[in-house]
Write a protein that binds this ligand. Structure first.
Ligand code: NAI
Length: 251
């Protein structure tokens, strides 16, 4: 189904790379005015250039999604400039290192949980008041690690399980108020996050070589497409779900 987001204001975090960039471009191509947020200013500039080349409308915001002031300032800006928000895709994330729990550095654990989980809480905290005005959607990026426990990835798995919990609570709190909240669980997706890790991290290489029934990793666009669907009226009766998009990895 062709998506139509004309007249809609959409926020995408982690839009300077990978899945977030693909989603931002697709929302813009479907007519949305997109706020693309990321910590990485140069990545955002590339996303901006790609959107402009495709004729889409996209504004950038250099934001640390784990910092309340940054998130509050961004949503205040969207409110000031547009007076509305129709969809939010809370997608920024990091994997962190791979260590057994007894060796996991506490600072790293806090950092991963901050970027992956605290960010989703903060995002929703400041997005929901805007979304409630005219109704809207939230999609949070979890992972197959929201339903499995990959050894060595305690912080990542805990943060992504947490994203699923936050998504369910937000869906319950808002289902009758016109705001639908869902999450996606990508499997192995060919983005800089995975490419960077696979070079230095045997756990990722092992994961890559393990059988994925579809026999390939996802293109980031295949994950972005799920986010667009969950943000569109086509999914109007879907609340609080974790949509697994993993080539069959968790069957
Ligand atoms: P990526 O590394 O290509 O993109 C992530 C983006 O998030 C980067 O542009 C980065 O600068 C941004 N970011 C990191 N920390 C930030 C912060 N504190 N504030 C603002 N922006 C920040 O990675 P990818 O693969 O596109 O990941 C997107 C999401 O998908 C993440 O939440 C990740 O955990 C999730 N995911 C990815 C999978 C994969 O195989 N690539 C599998 C399952 C989930």
């Amino acid at each position: 189904m062709e998506h139509d987001f004309h007249g809609k204001v959409v926020l995408v975090t982690g839009a300077g790379s990978g899945i977030g960039r693909e989603a931002a471009l697709r929302f813009a191509q479907a007519g949305a005015l997109v706020y693309a947020a990321d910590l990485n200013a140069s990545g955002l500039e590339e996303t901006h250039a790609l959107a402009r080349a495709a004729g889409g409308e996209l504004r950038t915001a250099v934001v640390n999604v784990a910092q309340e002031d940054d998130v509050a300032t961004l949503l205040a800006r969207i409110d000031r400039e547009q007076g509305r928000l129709d969809a939010a895709f809370n997608n920024a994330g990091i994997t962190g290192g791979t260590h057994r729990i007894e060796d996991y550095p506490v600072d790293d654990f806090d950092r991963v949980v901050g970027v992956n989980l605290r960010s989703v809480f903060l995002g929703m905290k400041y997005e929901i008041p805007l979304l409630l005005r005219q109704g809207g959607t939230i999609v949070n990026t979890a992972s197959v690690a929201a339903i499995t426990g990959p050894a060595g990835m305690s912080a990542y798995a805990a943060s992504k399980h947490g994203v699923q919990g936050l998504t369910r609570v937000a869906a319950m709190e808002n289902a009758a108020r016109g705001v639908r909240v869902n999450a996606i669980a990508p499997g192995w997706t060919e983005t800089p996050m995975v490419v960077a890790n696979s070079a230095q991290n045997p756990a990722f290489a092992a994961l890559a070589s393990r059988a994925i029934p579809a026999k390939r990793g996802a293109h980031p666009g295949e994950i972005a497409e799920a986010a667009l669907w969950l943000s569109s009226p086509a999914s109007s009766y879907v609340h609080g779900q974790l949509l697994v998009v993993d080539g069959g990895m968790t069957i």
